[in-house]
Design a protein around this ligand. Structure first.
Ligand code: FAD
Length: 393
């Protein structure tokens, strides 16, 4: 195995990793960025935020065009050329990932396309197409992200069973799409496939959609989705999915849900799991919690002082802007600057139609914690911008 010495290593090239690499390079560190994929950008650019927002924009335009007909502007029934839609999605992704390549070159960040696993608290094994390297490092920032959670009882080998990555591939438009999980990702995928013509059923184990957001905040969305979708079953568990030739059969358990429903495709969107189990942390003293999230302090240091961790791999909220800000902070701390991750709030947005956004303590959390608060609200029906954009259901 070839041996090399490195100054600051970043493991993972998603929004957390590339932000950390760029900031550290700007601060004068010699940075080695290790990413197993030949393209940078991680989940967000390649199979997350960017493809989903590109397709959601099309969904919004399609829906707005339909709403305009009664107001005197008609475009006719939309037709879909999936090949062109996919090409548009890929060109948006390509522009952004290409931009990252240029930013890396401009900062002389050394890139290695390979998979990194720990050998010790100071050493990393990197396997590339051509060789195996042993890298010893001064500082290292772990930014290996997360992946979709799988639940038992689902035939994942069946090509009609999707995770979010498969859903965003847009291979075809299923007639009936069942979505397990009524969180942000589930509802965003529902929004795009509904606009493209799928009949949507949502099954959510909690008693409401987008569980973290306050009830009154999401009420306009929930009211609209109840009219648009085939069914929304909350407080309902999917016990198993049977793959029959003609359809997927979902077995449900919930007071108001039928025992079974049929679908032509099923999206499983029940949360994401940290990728901390794929980097041989057992060869180090780095600690994770019971959920597999790497434990860090406000300076984003793990319990090994020269190893930092950022982004989805340190836990909720799993959002790109949190990852990139943590990347900046970790690079600064590793480079001797007085920086810390102490946000007053981190904004969350469901890019549904209408969108739902929140930040900081919710009303429900304030009540639960006995914190006194004042509440202000303003109805969308009285909001000129909302009315003029025809976005009120
Ligand atoms: P990731 O983006 O997961 O990047 C980790 C990188 O590490 C990957 O490129 C991976 O290949 C690499 N890696 C892993 N293990 C190794 C290894 N051993 N060696 C080398 N490389 C490795 N967030 C938002 O803020 N807004 C949104 O609108 C939004 N929409 C989303 C839509 C979808 C469908 C999904 C799935 C997610 C969305 N997110 C959104 C979440 C966002 O994508 C993540 O929070 C963000 O990508 C996390 O960044 P990260 O750098 O921590 O990890």
């Amino acid at each position: 195995m070839q041996e090399k010495k490195a100054d600051l290593v970043v493991l993972g090239g998603g929004p957390g990793g590339y932000s950390a690499a760029f900031r550290a390079a700007d601060l004068g560190r010699k940075v080695t960025l290790i990413e197993k994929s030949p393209v940078l950008g991680g989940v967000c650019l390649n199979v997350g935020c960017i493809p989903s927002k590109t397709l959601l924009h099309l969904a919004e335009v399609i829906e707005d065009a339909e709403k305009l007909a009664p107001l005197g502007v008609s475009f006719g029934k939309p037709t879909f050329d999936l090949e062109k839609i996919r090409a548009h999605r890929d060109s948006v992704i390509g522009t952004l990932t290409g931009g990252l390549d240029s930013l890396c070159k401009a900062r002389k960040v050394e890139r290695i396309v390979g998979t990194g696993t720990f050998l010790s608290d100071t050493g990393l094994k990197v396997v590339t197409d051509k060789e195996e390297l042993k890298l010893t490092f001064e500082d290292l920032i772990i930014a290996v992200g997360s992946r979709s959670v799988q639940i038992p009882g689902i035939p994942y080998e069946d090509e009609r069973v999707w995770d979010s990555t498969k859903a965003l591939e847009l291979t075809h438009i299923p007639k009936r799409l069942a979505i397990i999980g009524g969180g942000i990702i589930g509802l965003e995928v529902a929004t795009m496939y509904h606009a493209l013509g799928s009949r949507i059923t949502i099954i959510e184990m909690m008693d409401s959609l987008i569980p973290p957001a306050d009830a009154d905040l999401k009420q306009p969305l929930v009211r609209k989705l109840k009219k648009q979708y085939e069914a929304i079953y909350t407080s309902t568990k999917v016990e198993k999915v049977e793959a029959k030739k003609e359809a997927l059969v979902l077995h449900l358990k919930g007071e108001k849900a039928p025992e079974t429903i049929e679908a032509d495709a099923v999206l499983v969107a029940v949360g994401r799991k940290a990728n901390s189990d794929g980097i041989a942390l057992e060869n180090t003293s780095i600690k994770t919690n019971t959920r597999g999230w790497i434990e860090v302090d406000k300076k984003l240091r793990t319990n090994v002082a020269h190893v930092f961790a950022i982004g989805d791999v340190v836990g909720d909220p799993m959002l790109a802007h949190k990852s990139s800000h943590q990347g900046k902070v970790a690079a600064e701390v590793a480079s001797g600057h007085a920086s810390a991750f102490t946000p007053m709030g981190i904004p969350s947005v469901a890019y549904t139609s209408p969108e739902v956004a929140w930040i900081g303590l919710t009303e429900a959390e304030a009540k639960q914690k006995g914190i006194a608060f004042k509440k202000g609200s303003f109805p969308w029906m009285a909001n000129g911008r909302a009315l003029s954009a025809v976005c009120v259901a």
